[in-house]
Design a protein around this ligand. Structure first.
Ligand code: NAP
Length: 495
């Protein structure tokens, strides 16, 4: 990677799109303009135009026309594959620019955007592109008098609504399988972080995705997101965001056209450390990364650390040491591990949780407040509380900030009970040196992804999604995501 000055120079000369992308062109929206603000400085980056409800409806008509004349779905799998692979390549050619854009817009560290978000998003397009001509339909046994085919068809027009914490990656996780399956798409970024998706829209045209197939609408969830949710024709809505909004989308689907709803929602993920662990240094480093990566603005943030009481004192000491070694500051500096929280109201919400934890009896070990106020940015010191019990607020609510609550347990059964005592079920980490414990406890934990002796979400080849209120009928990544954006059709032919 290059140094801060290099990325700061790119930041000064960025060319930003500020209008929705509809029918292959950036067209000013007629809704309320809105600003996007740099969370690390408080400065306005750009003023963007937003769409009206009528413009969202027009986007649907455009996407439907593109679907019905089969300008995309009708291409051979090999042609669609080439175009989506090209999109991934173009993203890598614009790697610096995309990484800087994402850093300015979201406050996420450039190190993560450059090494993770951009290449992994590009890889998401490549993976789903490569899958297109490898997936197979089926012929069933039939009855001897009929030929019975089971084939997959694209859904039609799919809407996608994505959050601000991994703006580019969440958009790629939706767009790549939707497009690979032959659908048209209308996607809405979070108003706090729209910039990288608009750049991807530009690159999608250069890659050869036909006009009208990929459309980006801009505006608030309450206006533009709501219009997508209540639309009477859109065949499916895929969403990543809060559980509160996700559950509302289910109701709206039932009240309108029963559109397919795929939800990826919140998490309150546990990290369990068993007493047999020998490599404390590794486990503590992973536990610290698991909670503080992306400033804890991460659906799989391991914000509950459950440590066996026999090893707790020594282990917690290491966790605090490693937390204090993290560098928080200017997200354009590749040396910083943590950047700024996305906006002032969210930072205040996280600070509120810290105060609640103190009031409810949590023992503050490190951090505990806002830092670097002179920058004008939304920085919070990574914060660790001990003496947390499962009934306390910070053990129950998704904080979505750099705050860790440590709890202790005495038996395996108790660890499992505490870990599962949440409405969420997205991810869990487990540290043990015993193979049987690893298998047994992994099967008992209620979560979509279990990582053993590491903190991880799997990779593009593994399905990602949640149990309980962390998800609904949805998996991102892998060939399962690809199939999610298709309907099964039976064709029964008399011989
Ligand atoms: P959010 O408030 O639910 O917003 C997510 C998206 O929904 C944004 O684009 C937002 O638009 C839109 N929206 C808000 N209200 C809406 C409505 N009434 N109708 C339709 N759309 C609406 O969530 P967030 O605060 O951006 O993201 C944080 C949440 O996402 C956390 O709970 C986190 O755990 C979850 N998340 C889950 C995963 C996963 O894979 N499970 C991954 C990442 C994040 P505006 O913001 O423009 O208003």
């Amino acid at each position: 990677m290059k140094n801060r000055e290099y990325y700061a120079a790119i930041a000064k000369n960025l060319k930003l799109h500020t209008d929705p992308f509809i029918n292959g062109a950036f067209v000013k929206g007629g809704g309320e303009p809105f600003k996007t603000i740099n969370p690390a400085t408080g400065e306005t980056i750009a003023v963007l135009s937003s769409n009206t409800v009528e413009e969202v409806y027009e986007a649907e008509r455009i996407a439907r026309a593109a679907f019905e004349d089969r300008r995309w779905a009708g291409k051979s799998p090999a042609e669609r594959k080439e175009i989506l692979i090209r999109l991934g390549e173009l993203m890598m050619e614009h790697r610096d620019e995309l990484a800087v854009m994402e850093t300015l817009d979201s406050g996420k560290p450039i190190y993560d955007n450059y090494n993770g978000d951009v290449p992994e998003s590009a890889d998401t397009f490549r993976y789903h592109a490569e899958a297109i001509d490898k997936l197979q339909d089926a012929i069933t046994q039939g009855d001897g008098e009929h030929l019975s085919l089971v084939v997959r068809e694209p859904l039609g027009v799919v809407a996608a609504i994505v959050p601000w914490n991994f703006p580019m990656q969440m958009a790629a996780w939706k767009l790549a399988p939707i497009l690979a399956a032959g659908n048209s798409v209308i996607i809405k970024p979070a108003s706090l972080t729209p910039l990288s998706l608009l750049k991807i829209a530009e690159l999608s045209k250069e890659a050869g995705i036909p006009d009208g197939v990929l459309n980006v609408v801009l505006g608030s969830g309450s206006v533009v997101g709501n219009a997508l949710a209540e639309h009477p024709k859109i065949e499916a809505l895929t969403f990543t965001g809060s559980t509160e909004v996700g559950k509302r989308l289910l109701v709206q689907s039932g009240q309108t056209n029963a559109k397919r709803i795929f939800l990826e929602m919140g998490g309150k993920n546990p990290c369990i450390v068993m007493p047999d662990v020998k490599d404390f240094d590794h486990a503590a480093a992973e536990a610290v990364n698991a909670v503080f990566w992306n400033m804890g603005e991460n659906c799989t943030s391991n914000s509950r650390l459950l440590v066996h009481r026999d090893i707790k004192e020594e282990f917690v000491k290491l966790v605090v040491e490693k937390t204090e070694a993290l560098r928080t500051g200017d997200p354009l500096d590749p040396g910083n591990n943590l950047g700024a929280l996305v906006e002032v109201p969210h930072m205040e919400k996280v600070l509120g949780y810290i105060e609640t934890a103190k009031r409810e009896g949590g023992k503050l070990l490190t951090g505990g407040g806002r830092i670097l106020t002179e920058t004008g940015g939304n920085f919070i010191a990574p914060t660790v509380f001990d003496n947390i019990t499962p009934d306390m607020t910070i053990a129950r609510d998704e904080i979505f900030g750099p705050v860790l609550g440590i709890m202790e347990f005495g038996t395996e059964e108790e660890a499992i009970r505490i870990a599962n005592d949440t409405v969420y079920g997205l991810q869990a980490s487990l540290f043990t040196d015993d193979l049987s414990t690893a298998h047994r406890v992994s099967r008992m934990l209620q979560a979509g992804t279990i990582s053993v002796n590491c903190y991880a979400e799997g990779d593009i080849g593994t399905p990602f999604g949640g149990f309980k209120q962390s998800g609904f009928m949805s998996r991102d990544n892998s060939v399962w995501a690809n199939q999610q954006y298709t309907e099964l059709k039976t064709i029964w032919i008399k011989l």
